[in-house]
Write a protein of this length. Sequence first.
Length: 235
Amino acid sequence: MSTKSSTHPIASEIDDKQVIDYLRHHPDFFLHHLDLLVELELPHDTGAAVSLIERQVQILREQRNELTHRLETLTENARENEALSEDLHQFMLVLLDADNLDDVFGIVEDYMKTEFDADAIAIRLVSGGLADELEDQKIRVLDDEILPAFEKMLMAGNPSCDPLNREQLYYLFGEQAADIASNVIIPLNDEEMIYGLMAIGSTDPERYQPEMGTIFLRRFGEFLTQNLKQFMVSG
């Protein structure tokens, strides 16, 4: 008389995928086999065994906490964006009353230091069609000799937080260059031509990072570009 193996024959015929597929198509399986649900045990991070129900409850709690954290983050971001939008609106109204380039620079400098924790500000405009008085302003002409060093940034059209090299930092921020640890470059251009750039510098290396969002800064640059055009004369 032959003896049968103690191993159930189905175990060698059904693989993990089949079990998973079956349970997915029969989510009420354990409702009809409550005794099995209680018997099942899963290893816990602590090494102790927990029942499937306990593990499900734990996972649901973790998912709830994660979703709550995401919602809180989204809510906080929404509040910050709303505050930034209101501040930008007020900034635009003030900038509209600027009488000259000195006024423009002063308004921009105050705004960036207050709202963006900027430690240094520089605005450089390309030569050609600029008012002669520009040479006496805090806003200066972007020299033809240095222009190639910024050409890629000017052509990009979008703000960039990529680190500047030593030459670029010194040209933009002068004596402050040695203290600048992170920066933002905002191109000042429109569909017709390139007018220049605005540079923001911070002594905090974590303040401006390549992965940070720049949509708000792009909107800022677009408005500043249109405002600066009124101080330019045709060549």
